[in-house]
Design a protein around this ligand. Structure first.
Ligand code: HEC
Length: 229
């Protein structure tokens, strides 16, 4: 009797031992494990950069360049050419479509400080920090009579850049470029001692900073989550 129980216990222990060895030994780190609901792992739809049959996708990849003549949402075609003649034409013809108000001027001021002031200076006198350090030469004052700075001309150089000044078309959208242009015209008036666009006595720093657009607050916990994924 006693012998029997010992035998049974031994057999049970052996079964458990063999079963656990089997379960552990067959796992290969380099291969995906069993997938119980494969659709949860492998996407059913096409992946943007996945490689697929060229029968369906010309370049074998789902992501494709837009057809010619396509206009992205929120983007307007800009018809003036990137030439001196194009700049001249924009200077004369192109008008700022935005309403002149505190909000647009404040937004323009803020964007100008971010993108332009390093070279052109906070007052638009061409004496930004990079000009003072002689990193860029020939930065004009907006009041330079020879330049004839107009809203259209400003917009044009924001789109294309001009010689050593780069284009800001990819960093700013259309509205932002016009807001910057509005602020630059205010700076020009201030440099010339003329009233600003809103008719106030000018001081190029007169834009009420409390009306500035609020900075975008990045939620650091959210960022951390994204990084973890
Ligand atoms: C890297 C320095 C730099 C930055 C940043 C910069 N500019 Fe310029 N900008 C220049 C230089 C240099 C010129 C003179 C180009 C020339 O005439 O060869 C110029 C010229 C101009 C002119 C005169 C164009 C004309 O009609 O003669 C305007 C207007 C202007 N910039 C606006 C801006 C605005 C608005 C921004 C910000 C979005 C900006 N710039 C950012 C360097 C800069």
């Amino acid at each position: 009797m006693n012998k029997n129980i010992n035998m049974k216990t031994l057999i049970n222990i052996a079964i458990v031992a063999i079963a656990s060895v089997c379960m552990v030994s067959c796992f290969n780190d380099n291969k995906p494990n069993y997938q119980y609901f494969p659709n949860m792992y492998a996407p059913v739809g096409y992946e943007a950069y996945g490689s697929y049959n060229t029968e369906y996708f010309e370049n074998g990849q789902e992501a494709m360049t837009p057809p010619p003549g396509t206009i992205p949402r929120g983007w307007q075609p800009y018809d003036y050419e990137n030439t001196t003649a194009g700049l001249e034409l924009a200077r004369v013809e192109l008008q700022n479509p935005l309403e002149i108000n505190d909000e647009n001027l404040a937004a323009g001021n803020q964007l100008y400080t971010i993108y332009c002031a390093v070279c052109h200076g906070d007052k638009g006198d061409g004496k930004g920090i990079l000009a003072q350090r002689e990193k860029f030469l020939g930065i004009p004052s907006y009041a330079d009579p020879g330049r004839n700075i107009t809203p259209g001309g400003i917009y044009h150089v924001e789109m294309y850049g001009l010689n050593s000044m780069g284009s800001y078309a990819s960093q700013t959208n259309e509205k932002e470029r016009w807001q910057i242009a509005m602020h630059v015209m205010n700076l020009k008036a201030a440099l010339n001692g003329q009233p600003g666009l809103l008719g106030n006595p000018t001081d190029s720093t007169a834009v009420d900073s409390t009306k500035m657009a609020q900075p975008i607050v990045v939620d650091s916990t959210a960022t951390a989550n994204v990084e973890r994924n």
